[in-house]
Each structure stands twice: as C-alpha cells, then as structure tokens.
Design a protein around this ligand. Structure first.
Ligand SMILES: [Zn+2]
Length: 310
C-alpha cells in the first residue's frame, strides 16, 4: 500500500505513467519488502555488534537465542529479522553475529553502521534482480526475440541497467546536473506522450497493448515505437544522424563492434543513455560523460520535431 502510493505519486510528479516496475528500476527504488529487509538486517547488526549493552539489545539477544524453542508470534522482531535474512539470502550466519566484510571490521566504531549498510546495498540489488528475473522470465541477459509486452520492450533496450547497482539513481539522471533529464526518463520509461506506443489511452481501465498503435507517418502496419521513431521512420530518423555519427566514432575509438553491425535494439540503447553492452564496466562512466550532453540535445530536438508535426 505504502509502496503503491509512493510510486503513484512519483508517476504523477514525473509524468512517467508506465509499469511501476519500470519506474522503480529507472529511479533506483527497490521494492519495500527488500528495503525493510535491509533495515531489519542492519538492526540485527546494531543489536549484536554495535550497541550490545542497551536494554533493547539485551532483550533481543535473549529472545533470539530461544527463538526456536519458544512459540513467538509471527510479527515479533526476532521472527521478522530472521525472515529478512532469508529474504536477502544471508541466513547462513543467523541467528549468530553477522558476517562482516573487512571494510566494516577495520572501520572506526562510529562508522561501522554506515559501512555495514553500504555492504548490504549490493545484496539488496542482487535480491531485487532475482525477483525481476523470477517474475519476468523473458529477461535473460541479453534479452532477445520480438517484443511481446511493454516490459519486454523495456528490457530489450535497457537490460544493461540491470547489471548496475539497482539501489541508486542511474547516472543519466545525475551526471549532467545542470540539464533536465526528464524527457529522457520519459522516453526510457515508455511515458512520452509524443510516441504512439507510449500514449496513455485507457479503455476498460487497461492501457493499449504496446504494439497496437501504428506510426502516423508511415503506411499502416508499422508500429510507432521508440525504436521506429528514432531509427527507422522517414519523418523523424534524420534527427538522430549527428548523434549516430558521434556514437559511431566512439565505438570505433573504444574498439567496440561497428555501428552498422548492431541490431536496432543495440543501436537504440546507447541513443537512450545506456553504454554499449560489449563495453567493459570500468569505461561506462567515461562513455556516459562523452555521450550524455549530445543525447540530451538529441532528445530536445526530437521532441521539437514531433511537437511540430502534431
Ligand atoms: Zn514512421
């Protein structure tokens, strides 16, 4: 309920009305169940390592020891913390003291809690990825096949964002702090009102199927998707030429496969702010620094062209 309210309010604020899962991935907001698990596991750390002398910690440790032999209510803190460990798949050390990485053992006492939370975030991110893959089996890495749904279309283009730490804002939102990345966010999250497959037209309380809207500027039968408008449509594909030239040069300079050998999905991903899937992760930051300003220029230009045609 809390999660739904938060996501709806974010969607209203950002005009990003797509699937909640896409909004959450694009903004680095893990599902509430994982957030709670992180906080409960961190509480276990505080009670068993940091603040063992408080009354709350002593009571917790006493009850924790006898958790199995006593019939504790399901929602007691002991049971919720035990469940949180299994949610994050770190129950091997529970109910004993938690496993601590070197960064935590070597840290000054006042920093240990902060470092432990930092250590947990990639674990939460991995748990989130497991949930996504369980729920949407059509998202192998890299995904393939014809587009079967909005989520499939999203993962085809942006599957690389699933390799990152999901627990933080993606770089395209933070890197060009002086520029407004909202239009790019809407393009990536299938919420741009100038793109036919993105449009919000609800009949019977259901959004149109992804492939049910044809391009207005092409013969019937051509889906008006973002890939079509960016790369294929005679009315709008010219807008991307300058950016494609920049991306072609950068691919060449970084010894990546030639632009012309890429599929339309692989070409659209870098146009929308993902590094090429073949580029090693250590170069992602430099790649985005070199391309993001041109990408944001491109998005504004495309919006103007689309706006003037309607
Ligand atoms: Zn077209």
């Amino acid at each position: 309920m809390v999660e739904r309210t938060l996501i709806h309010s974010l969607q209203r604020t950002l005009h990003s009305f797509t699937f909640p899962h896409i909004t959450m991935i694009e903004l680095g907001i893990p599902p509430l169940i994982l957030q709670q698990a992180l906080q409960l596991v961190a509480l276990h750390f505080r009670y068993t390592v940091l603040h063992t002398n408080t009354i709350a910690a002593k009571l917790y440790n006493l009850r924790r020891k006898f958790r199995c032999s006593n019939a504790h209510l399901q929602h007691t803190i002991e049971n919720r913390i035990a469940k949180a460990h299994s949610t994050l798949m770190i129950s091997s050390t529970y109910p004993g003291p938690p496993f601590m990485p070197r960064s935590v053992t070597l840290a000054k006492p006042k920093n240990k809690g902060k470092f432990y939370a930092t250590f947990l975030k990639p674990i939460v991110s991995a748990g989130w990825l497991r949930q996504i893959r369980l729920k949407y089996p059509q998202t192998p890495l890299p995904p393939s096949g014809n587009v079967s749904s909005r989520l499939h279309a999203h993962f085809l283009l942006h599957h690389l964002s699933l390799c990152n730490n999901l627990y933080k804002l993606p770089p395209y939102l933070t890197m060009c702090a002086h520029r407004n990345p909202m239009s790019l966010l809407r393009l990536r999250s299938q919420s741009h009102q100038s793109i036919l497959t993105h449009m919000l037209t609800i009949v019977d309380n259901k959004r149109d199927a992804y492939d049910s809207r044809g391009c207005l500027y092409c013969p019937s039968g051509v889906t008006g998707s973002e890939i079509h408008l960016i790369l294929e449509c005679p009315a709008t594909s010219d807008v991307a030429l300058d950016l494609i030239q920049l991306l072609t040069c950068l691919l060449y300079d970084t010894c990546q496969p030639d632009w012309s050998t890429l599929t339309t999905h692989q070409q659209t991903s870098p146009i929308l702010g993902d590094p090429p899937s073949t580029l090693p992760k250590k170069f992602h930051h430099v790649w985005l620094q070199s391309t993001l300003p041109a990408i944001l220029d491109y998005v504004i230009h495309l919006e103007t062209v689309l706006y003037n045609m309607t």
